[in-house]
Design a protein around this ligand. Structure first.
Ligand SMILES: C[S@@+](CC[C@H](N)C(=O)[O-])C[C@H]1O[C@@H](n2cnc3c(N)ncnc32)[C@H](O)[C@@H]1O
Length: 225
């Protein structure tokens, strides 16, 4: 009898360890295990990222490129920085926008995500740099626009990253970022709109506005003060 109890306990412990690993590596995408694990996971899944996300070019235009170009009108040739660009979603949406004639730099820590971004956006108006969002390798007051989509919650220090975004933006430059709404499986990785506004203002942004977008994310607009 005690043998069966032993087997039962071992099986139970096995399930508990498997569930914990699933949560740490899949549900929360490595965020509680440190930046290296997050980057390793994105490297590992880079080839499948777009199959999972299923971006629709028309919706990317309607919800990202078009409102951004409207926000900075009449500037049709801005220099834009897309932080944590992944597979180049934002650069691609901008390149496809007929009214955009500026330049986009995408940064990320995952070399494999960047390799896919490079392959998809073969244009002299786009370049990619492997760099952490928390230490952007660009001078102060450089960009007219900084974007950072669906990424703050994965960063080791998202507040430092927002502060860096403010630093590299020109005065009155535009920030377009996102706030994750569904953090049931990622406790402590999302902010209420009030908290996010407070953080943005504390690092140098003003005119913070939230816009409903997807089930998982609000778009967040701000200007460098
Ligand atoms: C969910 S993907 C979003 C990618 C892209 N912005 C999009 O909307 O498709 C998150 C990205 O953030 C990147 N990332 C996570 N932490 C980072 C950091 N500290 N610095 C730079 N990139 C980071 C990951 O490598 C990954 O490519």
């Amino acid at each position: 009898m005690s043998e069966w109890i032993g087997v039962f306990l071992i099986v139970l412990a096995g399930f508990a360890v498997a569930a914990l690993l699933y949560w740490l590596l899949v549900e929360s995408e490595g965020v509680y295990l440190g930046q290296r694990v997050v980057t390793w996971l994105y490297d590992r899944y880079a080839g499948r990222y777009e199959d999972i996300k299923r971006f629709v070019p028309q919706l990317e235009h309607q919800h990202l490129a078009q409102p951004l170009m409207q926000e900075i009108a009449p500037n049709r040739a801005p220099n834009i920085l897309d932080v944590a660009t992944g597979t180049g979603r934002m650069p691609l949406a901008l390149l496809r926008h007929a009214g955009f004639s500026g330049h986009v730099t995408g940064t990320d820590l995952s070399m494999r995500m960047l390799a896919i971004a490079c392959a998809k956006t073969d244009s002299p108006r786009v370049d990619f740099v492997c760099a952490p969002a928390e230490r952007l390798p660009f001078p102060d007051n450089t960009y007219a626009v900084v974007t950072c989509l669906e990424a703050l919650e994965f960063m080791a220090d998202s507040r430092a990253a927002l502060s860096e975004m403010a630093r590299v933006l020109k005065p009155d430059g535009v920030l377009l970022t996102t706030n994750r709404l569904t953090t049931r499986w990622m406790p402590g990785r999302g902010w209420s709109p009030g908290q996010m506004q407070e953080i943005l203002e504390s690092v140098g942004f003003t005119k913070v506005e939230f816009e409903r977008w997807q089930v998982d994310y609000d778009k967040v607009w701000a200007r460098k003060a």
